[in-house]
Write a protein that binds this ligand. Structure first.
Ligand code: C2E
Ligand code: CA
Ligand code: CA
Ligand code: CA
Length: 276
């Protein structure tokens, strides 16, 4: 930073310096982590509201940092996006999650989060085709979760990529529904198969009336009215699940059913699905 003139400006320099230093360290650590296998995927089921059976699992990235312990994706994904590291990291996630799903009963879906930066890469479709081929899973078992910001950047290229993926049979889910700024007409044109209602609305669902509850219910009703499969995120109570069922929401996901867990904990759960 410039050190000209104003004392007040210089006052903030050490803090800014520290912040930049911390970010550089984090970036360096992330590159090493990818090479050394410190990233891991945890899996959280999403469940059919009527039958209570798992429909599939969402892959959620975890980083076992040698000194800092478990680092949350909320902390490192934004930096991975800024530095471009999300591209190799995202490709690793796609390959690892598809390979894991290949061990499950074929009725189970694997849902994977994609960053806007991955959509800006020309290679996205071929990377996904590669991950499907390497794992041997059917494209119909893969669901890609994207947020509205993905489409707002470069909608023509993104629409083309989404179209190709859907032609292959891959499903597209709109993540964090209710938190974006898209117009209704835009949502109608957006080629997706599923809506995931953001946790912030689900947590407001309760029998107590009131403004927040009414808005939450309206968001659920609107998501259902789009005519796609609807999944509610962050379901933590039986009451929330009941209200979602009343509103016609098809699937639910959240701590009420299961926290995200390592792959080694999945077999029993998946087995139950296979038996019925
Ligand atoms: P998301 O895609 O909205 O994922 C849902 C988040 O809610 C996860 O946080 C999950 O652990 C948490 N969650 C699930 N059920 C409950 C619940 O009942 N209550 C509460 N309080 N939380 C619940 P997580 O795993 O920390 O991931 C945070 C975000 O990081 C994700 O939000 C996603 O945007 C991003 N992310 C995670 N893995 C990946 C990845 O592989 N690639 C990309 N691009 N982003 C990822
Ligand atoms: Ca997600
Ligand atoms: Ca979400
Ligand atoms: Ca989110």
């Amino acid at each position: 930073a410039k050190s000209g003139g104003r004392g007040a400006f210089r006052f903030f320099e050490p803090e800014l310096d520290e912040l930049m230093h911390a970010r550089r360290n984090l970036e360096r650590d992330m590159r090493k982590a990818l090479a050394q296998g410190e990233f891991e995927l945890h899996y959280q089921p999403f469940v059919d509201v009527e039958s209570g059976q798992a429909c599939g699992f969402e892959a959620l990235l975890r980083w076992h940092h040698p000194e800092r312990g478990l680092v949350s994706p909320a902390e490192f994904i934004p930096l991975a996006e800024e530095t471009g590291l999300i591209l190799p990291l995202g490709e690793w996630v796609l390959r690892a999650a598809c390979a894991e799903a290949a061990k499950w009963p074929p009725a189970l879906t694997i849902a994977i989060n994609l960053s806007p930066a991955q959509f800006r890469s020309k290679d996205l479709v071929s990377i996904i085709v590669g991950a499907l081929a390497a794992s041997g899973i059917a494209p119909q078992r893969l669901e890609l979760e994207v947020t509205e910001t993905v489409i707002m950047h470069d909608s023509e290229a993104v629409f083309a990529a989404l179209g190709k993926l859907r032609e292959l049979g891959v499903r597209i889910a709109l993540d964090d529904f209710g938190t974006g700024y898209s117009s209704l007409s835009f949502l109608q044109r957006f080629p997706f198969d599923k809506v995931k209602i953001d946790r912030s609305f689900v947590s407001e669902l309760s029998r107590k009336k009131g403004e927040a509850h009414r808005i939450a219910r309206a968001v659920v009703a609107f998501a259902v009215s789009l005519g796609k499969t609807t999944t509610a995120e962050g379901v933590e109570t039986a009451e929330q699940l009941d209200i979602l069922r009343e509103e016609g929401c098809a699937e639910a996901q959240g701590y009420y059913f299961s926290r995200p867990m390592p792959a080694s904990s999945i077999p029993q759960l998946a087995q139950r699905k296979a038996e019925t």
